[in-house]
Write a protein that binds this ligand. Sequence first.
Ligand code: ZN
Length: 417
Amino acid sequence: MPASHISHLQCVLCGATYNPADIAYTCPKCGPLGVLEVHYDYAQIAPHISRASLAEDCDPTLWRYRALLPISYSRKDTPQLAIGGTPLYPVERLRNHLGMSDLWLKDDTRNPSASLKDRASIIAVMLAEGKTVACASTGNAASSLAVQAASVGLPCYIFVPYNAPRAKIIQLLMCGATVFAVQGTYDEAFDICIEACKTFGWYNRNTGYNPYLVEGKKTVGLEIAEQLGWQVPDTILVPTGDGCIISGVYRGFEDLYRLGMIDRIPRVIAVQAEGSPAIVRALEGDGIVRPHPANTIADGISVGLPRNGAMAIRCIQSSNGFGITVSDEEILSAEKSLARLTGVFAEPSGAASYAGLLRLLAEGKIARSERIVLLVTGSGLKSIDAIAESAGKVIPIAKGTQGMDMVEKVVSSHASA
Ligand SMILES: [Zn+2]
């Protein structure tokens, strides 16, 4: 049952509104791209959340924001995996390196499945109410669903493109999911998943389809606001594929603004790969998202047709934000320098936000004095094949005293460097 504090659902394409009790996924008039946006009755929510009530709440997980989630207040069956409450680092070394005094890094690799997608999957697992769950994914959404389905004991079916990273597939299999590797792209895996959910009555966890999952993702925005002591950042850089995470970040701040808990909304900037630029192209053109062939090493943001493109465009434009693309080379180089300067090992798509920052600084499109948050969405440990070549080389040594001689040589070369 939809929560009573949801007032209605609204199609991002045609604007039609629906009662949440009447509809499960997308707008019947517009089809699969008619993603529905959740609207709340803020008068009903306001008594349940405030800066003061949050200050007294000792739950560090995303459930501290449950008043703003599409789950009934009365439900007590929250799954036990701890999701959200991830660190927002002041990244001192990176600040010094870039000459920026107010740069922050939101490390969402620190979720149970090692990606931000857990924030959405937990909502799916609760709304499934015991049904089998399914999703199509380039990797992280699937592994996060499998992890959480395992934690509550739901059967789980996953559709991945055949070239999804191995570590992510192994994570799925380890958690007991049935995995179909589609001989096609993510977009084709998505279409089969929708069909299978209809045929078998499974609960569909695809974010750019199921209206409630962006609501889970918005908790990252809520956390950033609270972690900064309600001092809203100027800019948040967001790796962008389907458009769901950037929509979620914006919607988190939008909720707080509507509740009067913050006085403005930050600018959100979409960072896409040059090989998967559909949302950036739409922002540069007429605002309509059209399919664009996708080919990038950043598998998590490799999307031909962004399913939540229209919502992302609305959010980016409402925030006075914009979009940029970065090359695969820039992403891989950013992934490495981010790890070396912060200790946070992002996957290629997660490091895209940092690659975007470097590009914007070089082009003078962002001021070093701004309060900027880099969102890192997933762990590099799940995509090591992408970075293996450029990570560096191990130094083979012999055992015993011969080996020790070689160690001494290397260490003295470091000392004289
Ligand atoms: Zn519609």
